[in-house]
Ligand binder design. Structure first.
Ligand code: GSH
Length: 244
């Protein structure tokens, strides 16, 4: 274990009533709060500034690292913190499978619901691009929308109809609801790394001040709504006060 003197977290500032409108940034900040790791936030909006062309990214004692998973693994190793300590191999396997389902599948359903549906897109255009100079304000959202469409095509989900995409999303949410059951956290009584991913994504689907077709589907699972509120109250009390 080597210690770390400073962690600088590069991520956008909070918007639309959630800690971060990027599920991966919300995940990482949740994890840092869960692990009680001190860090300094520097607002960044353009993902291209990061080493992987995505947000979040961090600087750890001058070294820049991208990807929330690698960032968490690096900080865990260097600071000797393991939120998954004491979990069995089977539990770790289940937690990673859930994480991958959320990050590599449900996330993309949420991306579709947010960027490729006319009403939420109209809101996001104002919130994210509204302060740009007039020419850019018109142009950048068109380019961004085209890029999101291409990413969804590449990922595969974009080849389905919206009804099919939300059917798949509902099945993911059902699976999450079934695994969570009546437990306070996904793996039981103790919050684990998987809860950072779950909260980061669910708060973006359930709490965000944005009416997407995925929101009512997720809100149809009361245990997921309660879980999101529980995590918010525990780690982001400042947003809880606003929600009350
Ligand atoms: N695997 C990455 C995913 C990060 C990610 O997809 N970030 C999104 C924002 S939620 C992003 O930067 N998208 C911009 C782009 O792909 O151009 C992680 O865990 O950090």
């Amino acid at each position: 274990m080597t210690d770390i003197s400073e962690i600088v977290l590069h991520q956008p500032s909070p918007r639309l009533g959630v800690p971060n409108a990027s599920p991966f940034c919300a995940k990482l900040e949740t994890w840092l709060r869960m692990a009680e790791v001190p860090h300094r936030v520097v607002p960044v909006f353009d993902p291209r500034k990061g080493p992987k062309g995505k947000i979040p990214f961090v600087e750890i004692d001058g070294e820049t690292i991208g990807d929330s998973e690698f960032i968490i693994l690096t900080i865990s190793e260097r600071r000797g913190v393991d939120l998954d300590d004491g979990m069995s191999a089977e539990e770790r396997g289940v937690a990673l499978a859930l994480t991958r389902m959320m990050e590599e599948h449900l996330y993309w359903v949420a991306v579709h619901a947010r960027w490729l549906e006319p009403e939420p897109f109209a809101v996001l255009k104002k919130v994210f691009f509204g302060r740009m100079p007039p020419g850019l304000r018109q142009f950048v959202p068109i380019v961004y929308e085209r890029r999101v469409r291409q990413m969804l095509q590449g990922q595969g989900l974009g080849r389905h109809t919206p009804a099919e995409i939300y059917r798949k999303g509902r099945r993911d949410l059902q699976a999450l609801s079934d695994v969570l059951g009546t437990k306070p956290f996904f793996m039981g009584e103790t919050p684990r790394t998987v809860d950072a991913t779950a909260y980061g994504l669910l708060t973006n689907i359930i709490d965000m001040e944005l009416e997407t077709p995925l929101k009512p589907i997720a809100c149809g699972f009361p245990n997921l709504v309660d879980y999101t509120a529980r995590m918010r109250a525990k780690y982001f009390a400042e947003f809880d006060a606003k929600a009350a």
